[in-house]
Design a protein around this ligand. Structure first.
Ligand code: AMP
Ligand code: GLY
Length: 421
């Protein structure tokens, strides 16, 4: 197939890498890709979605896969479909499940899908009143997309009220904070689950755990994610079944009833409280770095799964997973997540040790390339992925690979997968 992938991160790199490793040969294009995706296909520079759809038609692209949420919320899927193209991802309307937390919470409430008790409002009085009924910590969320920063876990009522005021006034997140959610704090452990959906049927991938904080021991500021592992032993068959019955099935049925069937990746952020899965949030795309560890665990064709999902035929296929574990360790730039960093040359040692060469790889993200040299170009630079028969083995291999990657200011957590070890 000729496949176009939208995005530039490690997530998109890992999807492309999995497709390139399939037996069948595929030709890949990236919009915009990064400094390493050029080793897997061709990078484009076509920002306008209508022009991109023209490119896809002129070049007979068989399948487009959308990585990040922004193009989905902007309606790239609608534009491609209007042009008769096959694209994997939710429509603009269905992408509201991530694009608007108010839409998502009201949807969960309407279809009786367990979630934290909440109020959504644009009235400071109503929000304050509900805040007073809760005990701290109190969770305050801006409605719209805030690049992962729109959630405040307030440690006191005063802090919660300050956050509410700053959101409503537009001070903290502009228009994204015009509506605010206040909700109860859930105390439990967090999971990421991913269902590949075709509107009606779905395939649930292995449950993963992300590490959102910058520093070891879950300290420091929130990031996009500093590492992940899967499958997590914190999920047993019973919990998978509860998530299927109480979250995924009613979500797919509910979105059909809403007239916005959900096609694409349903990313369910779950808090497990006393053994019960409570939905924290939905995203409408793969997690990053979760995608980087889930793709190498798939032993059946990834491109076929996305193609069948995009053509509403998931029930036709059997998806197979490896029995191994994967651990991914993010290496980030010096100033991440605060500000950009100066480009720094990346030196990759030759991996001579056979065990490491055969059981690890790198998914490249924030990298640029010039004259054959790769540069760390800010943000999360790359993910070292280790595979193994145990989580410990996978983790040890991932860290050995990290030791063979060098750039000025490199930053990484040293405790990825600690919850499982
Ligand atoms: P979200 O963007 O909604 O996933 O929120 C970001 C992070 O805030 C989540 O990954 C959780 O760690 C935390 N969080 C969100 N909502 C709650 C809640 N109701 N209780 C506890 N933690 C929460
Ligand atoms: N790693 C979490 C996310 O992609 O939102």
């Amino acid at each position: 197939m000729k496949i176009l992938i939208l995005g530039s991160g490690g997530r998109e790199y890992s999807i492309a890498r999995a497709i390139k490793n399939e037996q069948e040969e595929h030709e890949l294009f990236f919009q915009p890709g990064n400094g390493a995706t050029t080793n897997l296909g061709e990078n484009l520079n076509i920002k306008d979605y209508n022009e991109l759809a023209d490119f896809a038609k002129e070049n007979a692209i068989d399948l487009t896969i959308v990585g990040p949420e922004a193009p989905l919320v902007d309606g790239v899927v609608d534009i491609f479909k209007e042009n008769g193209l096959t694209i994997f991802g939710p429509t603009k309307e269905a992408a509201q499940l991530e694009g608007s937390k108010v839409y998502m919470k009201n949807f969960l409430a309407k279809y009786n899908i367990p979630t934290a008790a909440y109020i959504e409002s644009d009235s400071i009085e109503d929000l304050y009143k509900f805040t007073d009924t809760l005990s701290a910590p109190i969770v305050v969320k801006a409605d719209g997309l805030c690049g992962g920063k729109g959630v405040i876990i307030a440690q006191s009522h005063d802090e919660a009220k300050k956050a509410i005021g700053e959101m409503l006034s537009g001070k903290s997140f502009g228009d994204a904070g015009k509506k605010v959610i206040v909700e109860e704090f859930l105390d439990g452990y967090e999971l990421s689950m991913f269902a590949v959906c075709d509107g009606k049927d779905y395939i649930l991938l292995q449950a993963a755990q992300d590490h959102k904080r910058l520093l070891d021991g879950d300290e420091g500021p929130n990031t996009g994610g500093m590492g992940a592992y899967a499958p997590t032993p914190l999920v047993d068959e019973e919990l998978y079944q509860k998530v299927k019955d109480r979250v995924i099935r009613p979500t797919l049925d509910g979105m059909q009833a809403e007239g916005a069937p959900f096609e694409g990746v349903l990313f369910i952020g779950i808090m497990v409280v006393n053994g019960e899965p409570i939905t924290l949030e939905f995203n409408v795309r793969f997690g990053d770095p979760e995608c980087e560890i889930l793709m190498p665990l798939m032993t059946s064709s990834v491109s076929d799964m996305f193609y069948k999902a995009a053509t509403n035929r998931l029930s036709d296929i059997n998806v197979e997973f490896s029995s191994q574990y994967a651990v991914g360790v993010v290496m980030a730039s010096e100033n991440y997540p605060y500000s950009s960093s100066k480009p720094a040359e990346i030196i990759l040692d030759d991996v001579k040790h056979e065990e490491i060469a055969n059981n690890t790889h790198i998914s490249f993200a924030g990298v640029s390339e010039e004259d054959g040299i790769l540069y760390a170009d800010g943000g999360r630079v790359l993910v070292c992925v280790g595979l193994g028969d145990t989580i410990k083995q996978a983790r040890d291999r991932a860290y050995l690979r990290c030791g063979q990657v060098h750039f000025a200011g490199k930053k990484l957590r040293t405790d990825i997968a600690y919850q499982a070890l």
